[in-house]
Design a protein around this ligand. Sequence first.
Ligand SMILES: Cc1cc2nc3c(=O)[nH]c(=O)nc-3n(C[C@H](O)[C@H](O)[C@H](O)COP(=O)(O)OP(=O)(O)OC[C@H]3O[C@@H](n4cnc5c(N)ncnc54)[C@H](O)[C@@H]3O)c2cc1C
Length: 374
Amino acid sequence: MKARWPDTYVEVVALGPLVAIPALEDLLRLGADKATLLSDPAFAGSDSLVRTRILAEYLRGVSFDCILAGAQTADGADAEVPPHLADLLALPQVSNIIRVDEASLVEGWPLVDVDEGRLQATYRIPLPAVLSLKHHHAQVLPHVSLRDSRADVGDRLHVIDNDQLGLPAHEVGTQGSLTQVVEVLDPPVRQREPRFVRCNAEGIEQVHAFLQSRGLITHTTAFSPSHVQGEQVVLVGRRPKDPPGDIRDAEILISGGGGVAGSFDELQKLAAVMGGRVTASRRAVDLGVAARAIQVGQSGRTVSPRLYIALGIDGAGQHIEGLRNIESIISVNTNRHAPICSISDIVVEGHAREFIERLCRRINEGTTAALEPH
Ligand SMILES: Cc1cc2nc3c(=O)[nH]c(=O)nc-3n(C[C@H](O)[C@H](O)[C@H](O)COP(=O)(O)OP(=O)(O)OC[C@H]3O[C@@H](n4cnc5c(N)ncnc54)[C@H](O)[C@@H]3O)c2cc1C
C-alpha cells in the first residue's frame, strides 16, 4: 500500500514484552513509518479485556483514519480484542475480513470482503474504523532484504510504559484481570473413532449436523455483532465465496478417486455449495479425469484443509501421506473396510454420486434466504 500511496502514514502498535522489539524493527525496515511498543512489567498477566484497555488508552491520544487489526497474536489468539477496541473507541468495526480494497480505503470509505463461511459479503465502512483481518497462511510478510537488514531504525521505535500511559496499577496485569491463565497444556492428540452412517436421509442429516457443529457450514453469520458493529456500515452484497486458487489454500477439499472416475465432474457441485476446492487421488489423475495440479499425496500436493471429504478413494499409504493436520475427514465408500475409513471421523457407506446429490440438497435448503441482502 505504501508503494502505491507513499503519503500513507503507517504506525505499528504492539503490546508485549521487550523481546518484541526485533519484530517491530523488521516492520520498520519493511516500510512502516513508526513503531510503538506498549511495554511494562506491570502489564504481565493482563487478560484480553485489560490488553484492550491498554491499547485503547494509547490510541485515544493518536490521530488515525483506520486501525487494521489481526485475529491472532504472535503467541496466541486474540480475535476478541479488535471488536472490543472498537467498542471502547466508539468506532465501527468489521471482522473476519479477507480483503480490503486499498483504493477505496485511501478515499476514506473502504470496501471490505468478509468471510461468512460458505458466503462472502462486501461491506462499505465509514472511517475512522477498526478493520479486523482474518488469519490466512498465504498472507505472509516478505523478508527484510539483506541490504535493509542492518538499517538503524531506532529513532522510529518508541517504547511506552505505564508511567507514560497513566493507567492505575490495580487496573492492569493480573491485578486488573478478571480472568487468569491457570495452566497451559498441549492439545491432546485426537484419536479418530469413525462413525459409520448410511447414505440415506438419516445418515445425511448426521453428516450435516457434524459439519455445522464444526463450523464448516454456516448459512449466515453476517449480522452477528462480532462481525459487524456500527450503524453506518453498509452491506453492499453477498455471494458464494470465491474458490481459492491453490488447493493448499482451501479450507474445504472435496476429493475424488477411482470410485468416482465415471462422474468426476459431479464433485464440483458439492465444492460449489460448500465453498471448497476439488482435489483427486492419483488414480483419478492417471485415468485422465483430473488435472495433475490437484493430485493429493506423495507424488502430488500435501494439503491441510479443515475438512477433507474423500469420495471413492481407497486410502493407499501414498495418498494418506499428503494429508497433514486435517481437522475433519469424511469418507464416502462402498466398502466400509477401505483403509481411508479408519482415519475418518464419519464414514458414509454408499455411492459417492448419491451422497453428493443428497448433501447438496440438504445444504441448499438453508441457503437461499441467506443470499438475500437484508
Ligand atoms: C511411487 C508412488 C507414488 C504414488 N503417489 C500417489 C499420490 O500422490 N496420490 C495418490 O492418491 N496415490 C498415489 N499413488 C497411488 C496409490 O498407491 C493408489 O494406487 C491410489 O491412491 C489409488 O487411488 P484411489 O484410492 O482413488 O483408487 P482405487 O484404489 O481404485 O480405489 C477406489 C475406491 O473407491 C471405492 N468405490 C468404488 N466405487 C465407488 C462408489 N460408486 N462410491 C464410493 N466409493 C466407491 C472403492 O471401494 C475403493 O475404496 C502412488 C503410488 C506409487 C507407487
